[in-house]
Design a protein around this ligand. Structure first.
Ligand code: GLN
Length: 548
């Protein structure tokens, strides 16, 4: 009999209550008690993966080592659990249906009628079991995206219910719900959560535990009300108030004894209690007073009247991890690339001097390019620490080619359709074919590739290694025909892929920190193990801060 346990986490009332972080936090506390944990994210959308979605709509597209373009929650799981996840840890409606249809076409159902129920939930269960088998985890957390009561995720709830029937002692349900405090009433309301539990009940599921998200902690009265109306014992109604830092959440859950309540439900006992490092991290976060000011020049954060920070989530987290390492708190500023082109650009560019470091993160398409190039030029000339991530590296090369190597029309073939004189950034040959046949989904150069680092470079010093592996997501690359002229003008090629000879890292000399990377180091930064390049970048930003 299997001893592996499955914990399903579903959301009530509304989206955006932090299910992903809550799932990651539950994992963290079980891990701290000596258990091996893995987590699966289920997204109810039809997209086979997140790669084809606009980040403004979807938030960041996270990339795993094995090259899966997935939901940002996989990033949260990796950061909290310090585990490396794979394509198997990510399910979408599209993935599940695609697998069932492919199997049917191959007579995998032996001639019988294939039906939505039970074949779709069965495929979901098969996939969950595959993760359990492969990881040998004690606990498999499964976060069901969307909100209960939605048509879209009902087949995933059905899978959860079916698994509970076949393994009653190995399955637990957690509902994470939202309790509003309407301003005109001034009281925390439990009714929407009660309704969500009813909806879950209709799907044949009784939650074992309710996590009550709200701006404030749940008081005894609210807990009692929810307990009686939702048939959940009081001890299993867990308060999950807003916090300053997401990394506090596992600690708050522990205060409410969530870990032990889960273990109790399964008849298990904690094996150890290893939480010190995490507690120290949170202590540091809360006590940091010194500020380092980092500007991010991008274009994926304006959503109507609102600023959406989700598009660059891993970048933000990587900055924080590195700053905390030095006991600094980062103040992160969103600088729209549009500010640096056109009318007011001279004034805005000068203001870049007020930041201790500037990042240009990844991006696609021509919008905002010139503003970013102008900002990069300003950083180069004014010795402002600069870190370019993927597109941010490509634009740094274009800027350098135009203004230092005097290749006036240097550009990337991504941004201009007609023939260009100096295609300093060019499409990779195999990508050209893919774009011609419109094979966009999951076809970029994705996931982990090796990078050989040149000795005596900023990167070599930062990593303290001469070969590293980093995650990628791009179709264009530095055109090796121009390498010589760049190097003649003192651009340092600090990292290359040993197999394909693609340039992975560029640096400048005579600058406190100017590094561009073709990969995305932000995906691999962990709170207790910040990424070396971000660390080195922040270190030099702190130095600039002291000189200001
Ligand atoms: N658009 C560029 C490319 O495809 C950069 C991609 C990125 O920044 N992730 O190569």
């Amino acid at each position: 009999m299997t001893r592996q346990k499955y914990i399903f986490v579903a959301g009530g009332v509304m989206s955006g209550v932090g299910k992903g972080i809550a799932t990651a936090s539950i994992g963290k506390i079980l891990q701290s008690k000596g258990f091996k944990v893995t987590a699966i994210k289920i997204d109810p959308y039809i997209n086979v993966d997140a790669g084809t979605m606009n980040p403004i709509e979807h938030g960041e597209i996270f990339v795993t080592d094995d090259g899966t373009e997935c939901d940002q929650d996989l990033g949260n799981y990796e950061r909290f659990l310090d585990e490396t996840l794979t394509s198997d840890n990510y399910l979408t409606t599209g993935r599940v249906y695609q697998a069932v249809i492919n199997k049917e076409r191959k007579l995998g159902y032996h001639g019988r009628c294939v039906e939505v129920v039970p074949d779709i939930p069965n495929e979901v269960i098969t996939r969950i079991k595959k993760v359990a088998k492969k990881t040998k985890a004690d606990f498999i957390l499964i976060e069901i995206g969307g909100t209960v009561g939605e048509y879209q995720n009902s087949l995933f709830l059905e899978a959860a219910r079916m698994l509970k029937i076949s393994e009653p002692n190995n399955v637990l349900f957690i509902l994470i719900s939202y309790l509003p405090i309407p301003e005109n009433i001034g009281e925390m309301k439990t009714k929407p959560t009660q309704t969500s539990v009813r909806l879950l009940n209709e799907a044949g599921i009784q939650p074992d535990i309710i996590l009550g998200r709200s701006s404030l902690p749940l008081d005894a009265l609210r807990k009692k009300k929810l307990s009686i109306s939702c048939s959940v014992v009081k001890e299993n109604i867990i308060s999950a108030p807003d916090v300053k830092s997401i990394y506090e959440i596992p600690i708050n859950f522990e205060k409410e004894h969530l870990g032990n309540q889960i273990l109790k439900k399964f008849g298990l006992k904690a094996k150890t209690h290893q939480f010190k490092n995490w507690q120290n991290l949170v202590k540091t976060i809360k006590s940091n007073k010194k500020i380092v000011k980092i500007g991010i020049v991008g274009k994926y954060f304006e959503s109507g009247q609102f600023i959406l920070l989700d598009s660059y989530l891993s970048v933000i987290e990587a900055i924080k991890h590195a700053a905390w390492y030095f006991k600094f708190e980062p103040d992160i500023y969103w600088l729209s690339s549009a500010n640096y082109e056109g009318k007011n650009s001279i004034k805005c560019l000068k203001e870049l001097k007020n930041y201790d470091g500037i990042i240009v993160p990844g991006g696609f398409g021509p919008r905002g390019i010139n503003g970013k190039i102008n900002a990069i030029k300003f950083c180069r000339e004014n010795k402002i620490p600069y870190l370019g991530l993927c597109l941010g590296m490509q634009l740094a090369v274009i800027e350098f080619a135009r203004n230092v190597c005097h290749l006036k029309n240097a550009n990337s073939t991504e941004f201009v359709t007609k023939k260009i004189q100096y295609p300093i950034i060019d499409i990779m040959p195999e990508q050209k074919k893919l774009l011609r046949i419109k094979a966009y989904g999951g076809t970029m150069r994705l996931g982990a590739y090796s990078c050989q680092i040149s000795p005596n470079t900023i990167s070599a010093k930062a990593y303290n290694l001469l070969e590293v592996s980093e995650r990628h997501r791009h179709r264009y690359e530095l055109n090796n025909n121009f390498r010589e002229i760049l190097e003649q003008h003192n651009m340092v090629i600090a990292g290359i892929n040993p197999k394909s000879n693609l340039v992975e890292i560029i640096e400048l000399k005579n600058h406190p920190f100017f590094v561009g990377v073709q990969f995305h180091p932000e995906y691999k930064s962990r709170p207790l193990n910040p990424h070396p390049l971000f660390k080195e970048f922040i270190k030099s930003a702190i130095r600039k801060h002291h000189h200001n």
